[in-house]
Design a protein around this ligand. Structure first.
Ligand code: NAP
Length: 259
């Protein structure tokens, strides 16, 4: 059994997941880092950064949409570490092409829903069952599940509807897991980023630069992956022990309904 707590982060290779992983290594977690492939520059760099924090690094290749592949991954993590203290369901994608809602294809809808919603829901289910069992085995074990949703959970974008629908679903997933697992002493939180500078937003950087300059974000700047990393670290430390089911907006005030 690992002495240190263990965090599983999906979509760890880049962007927000990478920042979350480094924050959690700084908080003393050993890491199981999931991305589609372990053979990427992102995963290699992350391995070094986690090692610098004196944490263990276990890279895992998994397409999160492959629900049939998830049980084996969880078994491998438990074989290596003997415990999972924190799951951060972060992996997610935008539609490959921004299309008007009336032109949205079934193929794009299924791709986005499978990666952003179905995959994380069943991964959380798989790990939650292990957490319930581990509760009986490890003294002072305080498991946590975090869902990284989006401002798009509640805001309409008519040219990427499938993304908004998937994130609205993920928001409810966080609520129902929080409700179901509260009695098992497992905390569940939703973290809702706004506009964050990553590969995901690189294609639309100019559009967002203009919107931010025009004041759409009250705090008048891009979000950075580290903003989200710090918030997840705070949840992981146990600072929000009596707040299961809560939503944490990391969006510089973009969440404020304004006239
Ligand atoms: P990103 O830079 O595009 O990184 C996406 C990450 O997800 C990568 O690590 C990628 O792994 C992984 N991933 C993609 N598809 C996967 C799959 N099928 N199975 C496993 N892993 C997969 O994205 P990001 O901006 O950091 O976004 C991270 C999360 O935050 C997403 O859920 C996103 O919806 C959410 N979010 C982002 C923003 C924003 O403005 N950026 C705002 C709100 C919410 P590979 O390297 O292997 O491809």
């Amino acid at each position: 059994m690992n002495n240190k707590p263990v965090a599983v982060i999906t979509g760890a290779s880049r962007g927000i997941g990478r920042a979350i992983t480094i924050s959690l290594a700084s908080e003393g977690f050993d890491i199981a880092a999931i991305a589609r492939s372990v053979d990427s520059e992102g995963m290699e760099i992350l391995a070094k950064e986690v090692a610098e924090k004196k944490s263990e690094f276990f890279p895992i290749g998994l397409d999160i949409a492959c629900t049939a592949c998830q049980a084996e991954v969880v078994t491998n993590i438990l074989d290596r570490y003997g415990r999972i203290d924190l799951l951060v369901n972060n992996a997610g994608v935008a539609p490959l092409k921004r299309n008007d809602l009336l032109e949205m294809t079934e193929e794009s809808y299924e791709r986005v829903m499978n990666i952003n919603l179905k995959g994380p829901v069943f991964f959380a289910q798989e790990i939650a069952k292990e957490m319930i069992w581990l509760k009986q085995q490890i003294p002072d074990y305080k498991p946590i599940i975090v869902f990284i949703s989006s401002i798009s959970s509640t805001r309409s974008s008519i040219n990427r509807a499938e993304y908004c629908i998937s994130k609205a679903g993920l928001s409810m997933a966080s609520a129902v897991f929080a409700d179901r697992l509260a009695g098992d002493d497992i905390r569940v939180y939703e973290v809702r980023p706004g506009i964050v500078k990553t590969d995901m937003t690189a294609k639309v950087k100019d559009t967002y630069d203009k919107l931010i300059a025009g004041g759409i974000v009250p705090q008048k700047r891009w979000g950075f992956p580290e903003d989200v990393g710090k918030a997840v670290a705070s949840l992981a430390r146990g600072d929000w022990d009596f707040s299961t089911g809560s939503i944490f907006d990391i969006s510089g005030g973009l969440n404020i309904p304004r006239l």
